[in-house]
Design a protein. Structure first.
Length: 225
């Protein structure tokens, strides 16, 4: 079975798999592409014989709608914890001029709070213990097919220094499998000499599977699932 599930905020991808394992009463179940706990959107779930198709779905082009804030940052590069204000807010013109540099094959900084394995452990396991990997984490090559600007707004964000006005790029990102949108935020901001992070992430498409057809976990008891 192939299921297009809408992963809601504050659920991990593993939480969704565990929930469905009980609902569907199957032991052979997995997902094809992790979404961070604070991210929402399309999560492909595979069960039974269809678990063999995981590699196929993992390689599919992904589409996201993201909101990238400049001038604030956290170690996780998202709002898992209260951000620090670092200032040096770039203008819309500066961001517009930067975007083309991040389209095509690029090298990404891998987030320390990620499932990437180093020394036999996930990076997030080391990070949460305040540990560093014993060797440098290599950058990752990915392909960003397009970054479409949807808007550019000023927004008040609660930071460790109180409420601060920051600029936010609203965009649609089409990219290869394995792309970290959090890294895109961090690397873009770093290029502009400031901090950057995601304040919102929605995965709208995995291959031909779209958010319009995704089912929420609240509908799991429905017979058609």
């Amino acid at each position: 079975m192939i299921l297009n599930i809408y992963k809601e905020k504050n659920w991990t991808s593993f939480d969704v798999v565990a929930k469905l394992r009980g609902v569907l009463k199957t032991k052979r179940i997995g997902h094809a592409g992790t979404l961070d706990p604070l991210a929402e959107g399309v999560l492909i779930i595979l069960t039974d014989a269809d678990t063999k198709k995981q590699d196929f779905f993992m390689k599919q082009v992904k589409e996201y709608e993201a909101e990238i804030a400049f001038g604030i940052t956290t170690p996780t590069w998202d709002l898992e914890i209260t951000p620090d204000f670092v200032g040096n807010i770039p203008s819309e013109k500066q961001v517009d001029e930067l975007i083309p540099n991040f389209i095509g094959e690029i090298e990404q900084t891998i987030p320390m709070y990620s499932a990437k394995r180093v020394d036999g452990k996930h990076l997030y396991e080391l990070a949460r213990k305040g540990l560093e990997p014993t060797k440098p984490v290599a950058k990752k090559k990915v392909v960003v097919h397009n970054i479409e600007k949807l808007g550019f707004v000023s927004q008040t964000i609660v930071t460790t220094q109180g409420e601060k006005q920051v600029n936010i790029l609203q965009c649609r990102v089409t990219c290869s499998s394995g792309t970290y949108v959090r890294s895109l935020a961090f690397d873009m901001a770093n290029k502009l000499g400031t901090g950057g992070m995601l304040v919102k992430l929605l995965r709208t498409k995995v291959g031909e599977f779209t958010i319009a057809d995704a089912k929420k976990l609240t509908a799991l008891a429905q017979p058609e699932l």
